[in-house]
Design a protein around this ligand. Structure first.
Ligand code: NOJ
Length: 757
């Protein structure tokens, strides 16, 4: 009985979420309702169908190969959106086909993966998150939006707000790392950066929070794999950045390929209807991921495409990307009564609403301005912004004897390594319309910075990748050609300092780029060892799309600067940091493990019943061959100056549930140069109904201090920070004691406590 009642309540909720037309009487509501009223069922279904352009793929080849079929579908109003059609001219042509031929002339919406820049590339999102500066993310997203809009687009499939704890999963490069709080702050900034405060502004585009939900928890880090996640982690770790994006007014959501506890996210009415469209009152639309509706057949939850369409529409997927499921089957499903037409109306209403907000009904060609396009891409101003964001994203992991910043009095510098003069990898994966080989390489940046004063000795040393490198190729790595070693060793031997550029190729991370081994590929560590024999002053300039395992470098390198894939201005930004024009302030948004076997490793783990223990003790929760601790913890990063923390105070030691505590701390720059510090606030809910993490980030603040200067930094902990979700999704603030920890990274904090009574 109880069960039946539950089902009835869920159904009612589902239908409410489905039939909600905004209830308003705005001009927008009237326009949308009026248009919807004129549409035939076929025309409605056409709006729910998204097709890729035939000339660029970001997924397996489309089923409909005949461009004639696509042309017919466009002309007949059987396509509501296209992806992978870019350029003012190309989008104008496609738009014309629809607007001039279809009965109602409803304009297409053009989407594209504009992930970290459009043609001017910014650091990969993981790198950008290392800046811990959401304002920079807002800036890069707004520049990307401006370029994309000038290039014919009005919708990006970004930001990816998946919280990721497994560096084997290649897509961690697209997100903001392992933390929910930091991830939510970046989700909001990126949405606002892309969308501005007015979608109809010709410089803004619609954003898309993806992948709803759980995708980064793919088992064993293998892309597209099943996700098994309990309610507690789902609600506390995975969902909050999506909620933040929804609250920030994101126009669209994308669901995800994976199953969650057996149910494909694409069919999840709990996620898409109960939460998103119901509780969160999201009024935009949900696009499926590439053929994720069709893939429900492989998942084994739909016998055929028709059943997949049925499950997807009921689950709340409004637009079908590339499965052709809605176009082929939705009409018969509605006519047979298996799908209530109100589901279709709801989806179409949402799609029309976003098109309306973008101003497409006023002028379907407003993003197709060739003159604007000519002057908007890769401008000097945009490159300047990219350089700034890149330099703020770099993380100094090691700096023995202050070898950095490079002393301008040195006579010579070796720039060595397979990535040293690579003008392509710094562009990263998911590079939208970046021009191949257009990045400033490390060699170029350093050569400019050295001018005539310091001699630069370059040698590649070895190749990283053998064979062709493209978005769709699986890479192979050089494991036997050491012919360049000699020259590299020679360059190192005659130089005062060696900059060794190693790490990952751009196409080593991103979609479909999972790896079981995240140590450095090919001969890179061997090259390091050979150079180390002749010169110990090695500064490793790491370029990676994920945390990597680098125990030898951590032990032996004089310095390590993690630069990620830093974008168009990579080499200049690296030089800015290496020579001290910019004092590094980035902090890791994701833990660097000591070994792959520690994965998943993240700072906000839950205690075991047998925590830590003495190294020699048996039967404690530890490895017998490795410490539990990571190589570099979450939040970690050095500066060319040093900071101390003191006077950690709370304004109260007892509060009521729902009350606030003010936290203050004094931070002092104890070094010789000006620097920025990211002050991090963590809490631990010490006794709760469900075990809480040993530490949870609940605030951060990036401050700049002159040498010798002190500042008081304050935070407020209130109801949004002090509660958590029970596994059923209920948010609860529980009584008991809380630890408050403040410091420069998740492993080095000072602490105090208070009680909720
Ligand atoms: C598949 C990816 O998972 C998704 O993130 C992307 O937006 C689409 N392909 C479109 O390229």
């Amino acid at each position: 009985m109880k069960h039946i009642l539950g089902v009835l309540i869920m159904m009612t909720l589902g239908l409410t979420a489905c039939t909600n037309n905004g209830g308003g009487d705005s001009e927008e509501d009237r326009f949308v309702e009026d248009l919807l009223g004129k549409m035939t069922l076929e025309e409605k279904i056409g709006q729910m169908n998204q097709r890729t352009g035939q000339w660029e793929m970001t997924g397996p080849a489309p089923k409909t190969d005949g461009s004639q079929q696509l042309l017919d579908d466009l002309k007949q109003g059987r396509v509501g959106s296209m992806l992978n059609v870019v350029g003012a001219e190309a989008t104008r042509k496609a738009q014309q086909l629809v607007v001039e031929n279809s009965r109602l002339g409803i304009p297409l919406i053009f989407g594209y993966d504009v992930v970290h820049g459009h043609q001017t590339m910014f650091p990969i999102p993981l790198g950008e998150a290392a800046s811990w500066d959401p304002e920079l993310a807002r800036l890069s997203a707004s520049v990307a939006a401006k370029e994309a809009a000038a290039n014919g687009l009005q919708w990006t499939f970004a930001p990816m707000v998946d919280v990721g704890r497994d560096a084997r999963w290649g897509r961690v490069m697209e997100g903001a790392g392992e933390d929910t709080y930091l991830g939510s702050a970046f989700a909001i900034a990126r949405v606002q950066g892309f969308q501005g405060d007015d979608l109809s502004n010709e410089n803004t585009i619609a954003a898309c929070a993806k992948h709803f939900a759980g995708y980064a928890f793919s088992e064993s880090g293998r892309d597209y794999n099943a996700v098994e996640i309990g309610g507690e982690s789902l609600h506390n770790v995975v969902i909050p950045p999506f909620k933040a994006a929804s609250d920030a007014g994101v126009a669209t959501f994308m669901n995800s390929f994976n199953t969650i506890d057996g149910l494909p996210a694409t069919a999840s009415s709990y996620l898409q209807r109960t939460l998103l469209k119901g509780q969160w009152e999201f009024d935009g639309f949900v696009v499926s991921d590439w053929n994720s509706i069709g893939e429900m057949i492989q998942h084994g939850v739909a016998a055929d495409l028709k059943e997949a369409a049925l499950r997807a529409i009921k689950g709340g997927s409004d637009m079908d990307m590339e499965a052709d499921a809605y176009l082929s089957h939705l009409k018969e499903l509605v006519e047979s009564g298996e799908v209530d037409e109100r589901y279709v109306d709801d989806a179409v209403r949402r799609i029309l609403r976003i098109k309306y907000r973008l101003g497409l009904f006023d002028d379907p060609y407003k993003y197709c301005n060739e003159d604007r396009e000519k002057n908007s891409l890769l401008t000097a101003e945009n490159k300047e912004a990219a350089r700034k964001v890149a330099s703020e994203s770099m993380v100094l992991l090691k700096n023995e004897n202050n070898i950095l910043p490079i002393n301008k009095d040195i006579k010579s510098i070796a720039v060595v390594g397979p990535l040293a003069d690579d003008k392509d990898s710094p562009l990263g994966n998911w590079r939208a319309k970046a021009i191949s080989n257009s990045a400033v390489s490390l060699l170029e940046g350093v050569t400019t910075a050295c001018g005539n004063d310091i001699k630069v000795n370059y040698a590649k040393g070895c190749d990283l990748v053998t064979g062709e490198r493209t978005f769709s190729n699986i890479l192979t790595f050089n494991s036997d050609d050491r012919s360049g070693f000699k020259e590299a060793v020679k360059a190192a031997k005659k130089s005062d300092v060696v900059l060794l550029a190693i790490g990952e190729d751009a196409y080593q991370s991103g979609e479909g780029r999972s790896q079981t081994d995240i140590t450095l590929s090919g001969l890179q560590v061997e090259l390091f060892d050979e150079i180390y024999k002749v010169n110990k002053n090695i500064v490793v300039v790491l370029m990676t799309g994920r945390p990597v395992v680098i125990p030898e470098l951590a032990e032996k390198a004089a310095a390590i600067l993690e630069t990620w894939h830093a974008g168009s201005e990579a080499g200049n930004a690296m030089a800015d940091v290496l020579f001290g024009k910019v004092n590094p302030s980035g902090k890791l948004p994701m833990t660097f493990p000591r070994s792959v076997g520690q994965i998943p490793i993240y700072y906000n783990y839950k205690n075991t019943g047998r925590p830590s223990g003495n190294e020699m003790d048996n039967l404690w929760s530890r490895y017998t061959d490795s410490p539990n601790t990571p190589q570099y913890p979450f939040g970690y990063g050095l500066s060319y100056t040093s900071f101390t923390y003191s006077n950690l105070n709370l304004d109260k030691t007892e509060i009521q549930p729902g009350g606030d505590v003010k936290v203050s701390v004094t931070v002092t720059n104890t070094g010789d140069v000006k620097g920025k510090e990211i002050v991090q606030l963590y809490i631990r809910d010490e006794v709760a109904a469900y075990a809480r993490p040993v530490k949870e980030l609940k605030g951060f603040n990036k401050i700049e201090l002159d040498a010798g200067e002190s500042k008081e930094v304050t935070f407020t902990l209130g109801k949004d920070e002090l509660g958590y979700f029970h596994p059923n999704g209920t948010y609860v603030i529980e009584k008991g004691s809380f630890k408050v920890m403040v410091g420069s990274n998740s492993a080095e904090t000072i602490e105090t406590s208070f009680v909720i009574k």
